[in-house]
Structures are given as structure tokens and as C-alpha cells.
Write a protein that binds this ligand. Structure first.
Ligand code: PLP
Length: 468
């Protein structure tokens, strides 16, 4: 498979899977997308419907890789990535009531769905680096869950050092401790004075500095990395196939921040999976919900909510959908992104919006409704959900005119957000508070101002390796 950049690319015309995985963001600031999306036939889909998670993963991912990867490489990576998921099933699908399902994606080592992508990504990195005899420096920004999932995935990786930026004081205690109590030599946590978008902007700037990027062989683990999106495509297939006797369409409700997870669902649809609607469920940071009802993509201020992993305004992965909506015209993408930078918004035509609404419905759920939803599910079904999942669930119930089954993605374990859960259900939870003893372990992180040069110095001072 060849890959192109959403901003048009200056150098070579296309890139391989290994190259785009290692680079993350393209050098022109764009995101990599495959040149085309392979489509399964009805017959192939039928045959795939009884595969195990690992087999399905292998079959789907193999369509997008390059000659470095054999089928057995992918299979070994998939087996190893998901062996530590502490459930009999890697991704259990729970039926709540008729036509309403929850897909539990929180059985990985850090109790959130990001483990699906990051466990996979770290092993893909490893294989590429071993074949090329190289090492890398991973830089990532996190609003909470990415950081811990990345650190957990890379902490024993001999080929990588990892620097994770989080917005100081804006992630939950549990999330912070999950990151800062990992005491591996190759792990560096940085608390930035600012919000998540500030962290993400710093990371983007580092990657656009070609000298720095080359010197330390920077790699990204943010959800802009194509390999992460790809790993997430798998559970859309897996869960759709699980709905018994499913011959018809299904809908998904996806708690959304950076639009990575929801975009993976869209790729699954383009690959032939019978998906009708994908509900884009946001919290009060509703840029995407507003976009899918008005066509206007307009930045406003980031608000702190009960679902902090979705406290995001500029949804990085959205650029991939934008590129496609504009008929792969990179000049138009550049123009819209320039407008966004200059004026704080751009607007697409009604025709484009109409066509996007064939798949996407945007709904925003505020904290009050989130808490009410958590309370309702506890009272009515005895199910305790985390605030992110509740945003998705509430959005799926608002859309009760959909006839087909709706699968809501449960993106985090309720224990990660026990304070909100207790507030919602009105009683103390029995949490996994001694999960890896993180509440007793010493924390290790560095406070830094929101400043690119200071960040660069910190990274340079701490990397003692020779990069080849
Ligand atoms: C990251 C995250 C999301 C949002 O996922 P995106 O791919 O950024 O849209 C939702 N819920 C939880 C728990 C997360 O960690």
C-alpha cells in the first residue's frame, strides 16, 4: 500500500507503511492516508465473520502494510499485543437491551481503549527498528489516556525512549499516576503549564523542525499515526460480526475527541462493513458536533469536563476526512487549514455536509447529562460506566429513531474515573485502587513552561544515545 499526505507532499510521491508509521506526521504538516481503501466483498465478509480477534486483525492489517511484514509477523504482533488483556474476550460485546450494545474496550493494561492501538504500534515499531538497526525518540501529548497507554506499551522497548507531555493539573490523579509511577529509564513525563491543545501544538512544532526531528529520529504515538487508526479498525469488524444473525446494518456511537476512533469506524465502513451511522458523541467541547450539523468547523475555548480525554478543540484526525471530502485536493486542505489558523474557522459546502451526514451524526452531551446517564444505567441495569462511555451512551439514546442495532464504544474502565462515578451513582465504589500500587509509588515527572526551546533543551539533555 502507498500513502500520501493530506497537505500534498513535497518529496517523493508516495510512502510505505513502515515509513508513515515511523514518521507519524508528514513533513509538510499533513497526515498520511492510504492511496486507496481496500474493500472486502460480501463473500469475504461472510468468511471473516467467524474469525478470532487475532485472525481478523491479521487479515485487515495485512492489506495496508509493506513487504517488510509477512503474514506471520503480523499475526505474532497481534497475539503478543493482546495477550495481556485481562478478559476471556479481548473486546466483549454486552447487550443492554434490544438493539443496544456496549463494546468493552477497556480490558487492556491501562484500562482504556488506547491500549488496542498502542500495544500494537510499539511492536510494529520494534520490528521495523530491528530490521533497520535504528533507535527512536517517541514524543507524545496526552489529555490523559494516550500517555499511560503509550508508556505502558513502550516501557520495556530497547529501541525507544519516550517523552510524554500532559497538561499540568488537567488529567485525573489516577491517569497521572499511571504515567508517572512507571520508573523505566527510557520513560520521561513532562507536565506543561497549559491545556492539551498547547501540548499538542508543542509536539507538532517539534515534528516540523526537520533538524531536530532527524537528529533524534522522532516518532509519534499520537492518534495521528496511521498505524493506530488502523489497529482500531479491527474492533468495528469484530463487534459487528458478533451481533447474532446480523444481516443488516449496524450503527456505532463513539465518544470522540481527536476523531481517531470514529475515523477508524469510517475506514471499516469504506472497507465494506455494513455500518449505517456513526454518532460523533462529544462532551461540551463540541467542535465536531457543531461541524456535523452546520458544516462550519470553528474553534472555541477548551472547557474542562468530566470526560477529560475528550477535552479537545482541534481534532487532528479530522483532516483525513476533510481531505477526502475535498476530493483529495491538498491545495484546498491547505487553504482551509490556513483559514482555521488565521480566522479560527472554515466552512464546507452544503453538498459536502449532506454527503458526510450519510454517515456522521454529531451530538454534544454536557456534564449534567453525562452524570444523569451514568446514574440511569446504574439504577436501571446495574451497569457502571465511565464518563466518556456515558457521553457515547447518552448520544445513542438521544438518537432513538435509528432502527438498527447501536453499538456504543466503552472507551475507559469506570475505575479510572471513580470520583465522577461516585458523584453520579451517589455511593462509594469498590475500585481497583491498588492497581499496580500506583497510589503508593513515587511519582517522577518534570514541570516545564509552554515553550518550545525549553522543551527541546530538556529532550537533548536527557538523550545520551547515538542516533544513526
Ligand atoms: C482518547 C479517548 C477518547 C477519544 O478518542 P479519540 O480517538 O481521540 O476520538 C474517548 N474516551 C477515552 C477514554 C479516551 O481515552
Amino acid at each position: 500500500m502507498n500513502y500520501i499526505s493530506t497537505r500534498g507532499f513535497t518529496g517523493k510521491n508516495n510512502k510505505s507503511f513502515s515509513e508513515v508509521t515511523m514518521e507519524g506526521l508528514a513533513s509538510d504538516g499533513g497526515l498520511y492516508v492510504p492511496e486507496n481503501i481496500p474493500k472486502f466483498s460480501k463473500l469475504e465478509l461472510d468468511q471473516m465473520s467467524s474469525l478470532s480477534y487475532v485472525e481478523l486483525c491479521t487479515k485487515i492489517i495485512l492489506k495496508y502494510t509493506d513487504e517488510i511484514f509477512t503474514e506471520s509477523d503480523i499475526k505474532d504482533i497481534a497475539i503478543d499485543s493482546y495477550k495481556n488483556f485481562n478478559s476471556g474476550d479481548i473486546a466483549p460485546l454486552i447487550e443492554i437491551e434490544e438493539n443496544k450494545y456496549i463494546l468493552e474496550l477497556f480490558h487492556g493494561p491501562t484500562l482504556a481503549f488506547k491500549d488496542f492501538a498502542l500495544q500494537f504500534l510499539s511492536r510494529v515499531f520494534n520490528l521495523i527498528l530491528e530490521k533497520n538497526n535504528k533507535r527512536i525518540t517517541i514524543i507524545g501529548a496526552t489529555s490523559g489516556d494516550t500517555g499511560s497507554a503509550a508508556i505502558e506499551a513502550f516501557k520495556n522497548n530497547k529501541k525507544a525512549s519516550i517523552f510524554i507531555l500532559h497538561p499540568k493539573g488537567k488529567v485525573s490523579d489516577f491517569q497521572r499516576k499511571q504515567m508517572t509511577t512507571v520508573h523505566s529509564e527510557n520513560v520521561y513525563n513532562i507536565a506543561i503549564e497549559g491545556n492539551f491543545d498547547d501540548c499538542q501544538t508543542l509536539v507538532k512544532k517539534l515534528f516540523m523542525d526537520n533538524n531536530f526531528k532527524t537528529k533524534y529520529n522522532l516518532a509519534s504515538v499520537n492518534s495521528i499515526n496511521w498505524c493506530r487508526v488502523l489497529a482500531q479498525v479491527v474492533y468495528y469488524f469484530y463487534s459487528t460480526f458478533k451481533i447474532k444473525n446480523n444481516k443488516d446494518l449496524v450503527n456505532f456511537s463513539v465518544p470522540t475527541g481527536n476523531f481517531g476512533d470514529a475515523y477508524a469506524g469510517y475506514i471499516a465502513k469504506k472497507m465494506g462493513l455494513p455500518i449505517n451511522k456513526i454518532i460523533i458523541a462529544t462532551n461540551s467541547n463540541d467542535i465536531l458536533a457543531r461541524f456535523f450539523s452546520s458544516g462550519e468547523y470553528k474553534v472555541s475555548k477548551v472547557i474542562s469536563t468530566l470526560s477529560p480525554s475528550m477535552d479537545i478543540q482541534v481534532a487532528s484526525n479530522f483532516e483525513r476526512l476533510l481531505f477526502e471530502s475535498l476530493n483529495n485536493d491538498a491545495d484546498l486542505v491547505n487553504k482551509n487549514m490556513d483559514d482555521l489558523q488565521k480566522n479560527g474557522f472554515f466552512k464546507l459546502s452544503d453538498d459536502i455536509l449532506k454527503s458526510l451526514n450519510n454517515t456522521f451524526i454529531g451530538i454534544s452531551i454536557n456534564d449534567h447529562s453525562t452524570l444523569k446517564c451514568m446514574n440511569y444505567f446504574y439504577k436501571k441495569f446495574g451497569i457502571i460506566v465511565d464518563p466518556h462511555t456515558a457521553v457515547g451512551l447518552q448520544a445513542s439514546y438521544i438518537n432513538s429513531n435509528l432502527q438498527e442495532p447501536i453499538i456504543t464504544l466503552a472507551t475507559a474502565h469506570a475505575d479510572k474515573f471513580s470520583q465522577s462515578v461516585e458523584k453520579a451513582i451517589g455511593k462509594k465504589m469498590n475500585t481497583l485502587s491498588n492497581y499496580n500500587n500506583i497510589f503508593e509509588r513515587e511519582e517522577k515527572f518534570k514541570d516545564l513552561n509552554n515553550n518550545l526551546d525549553i522543551l527541546k533543551n530538556y529532550i537533548s539533555e536527557n538523550l545520551k544515545y547515538q542516533f544513526v
